[in-house]
Design a protein around this ligand. Sequence first.
Ligand SMILES: [Zn+2]
Length: 282
Amino acid sequence: MRLDKRNLRVNLEHNLISISSIYGRKKISFEDNPMIIKYKDWSPIAGTLLFKNKNLYLNLVLEKESPNININNFKITDFIGMDRGIKNIVVGSNKQFFKSLHLKEIKGKYQYKKKVLQSKGTKSALRKLKRIAGKERRFVSDTNHCLSKEIANSDFKVFVLEDLKKINNSKKGKKFNKKLGNWSFKQFETYLQYNLEYLGKLLIKVNPKHTSQMCSKCSYIEKANRNGSIFKCKKCGYELHSDLNASKNIVNLGISEFNRLYVNQPIVASHESYKPTNSLVR
Ligand SMILES: [Zn+2]
């Protein structure tokens, strides 16, 4: 049963809810728990009442004003670029790698189980299939929750990602979808966005064009700069992991985008330091 502000009132201070029903307003008290304590200063705006295993549950939707983002306080070292990929789910321009090896393994196991059950096609197999699909969804969601939270809580304040809308139709997008069996990069982004909002931090999205072919040191673009996981610039000879090179390009693009978006705001640092050179990146 869905409830909203008209028929649901919640008092988190005194653990009381009141619901209007056809028998008038019903007041119900509930037990305290760590989640309730965590959200005492949030405002409940809606809820779902459910009856499960002889217990009554209330799922609450709460809201809270996010803190103002203080753009004037950002420094170059507050920026981090993140490349999302197949071997490494996320590579930060700070050289932090989040590997997807075990994720791929688990994901592969689910895929295999689903295939077997699908080919059986019996009623009980279909029931199992539904359960496994649910487990898989929760696994992906949990991983994205943990990852986005960990990243958001790092010391960085401005997080730069490639714009997925522009990736999906590209070669990289097709490769993404195939290899990781539609690992939800979009979901990761959504979770990261709300974690950042909660902390008063900023997310910037940039055009992914050339991020993997461009040298992050001298800006020279050539396809042959990259050979699998090795990036070696044909012009200046700069060599590093290709995902790391991409994340450095992403952070540099993010800094330019930041300047473009907030041009009326006082600038973070002198213009000199915005040149896309390696010294910008930690
Ligand atoms: Zn170069």
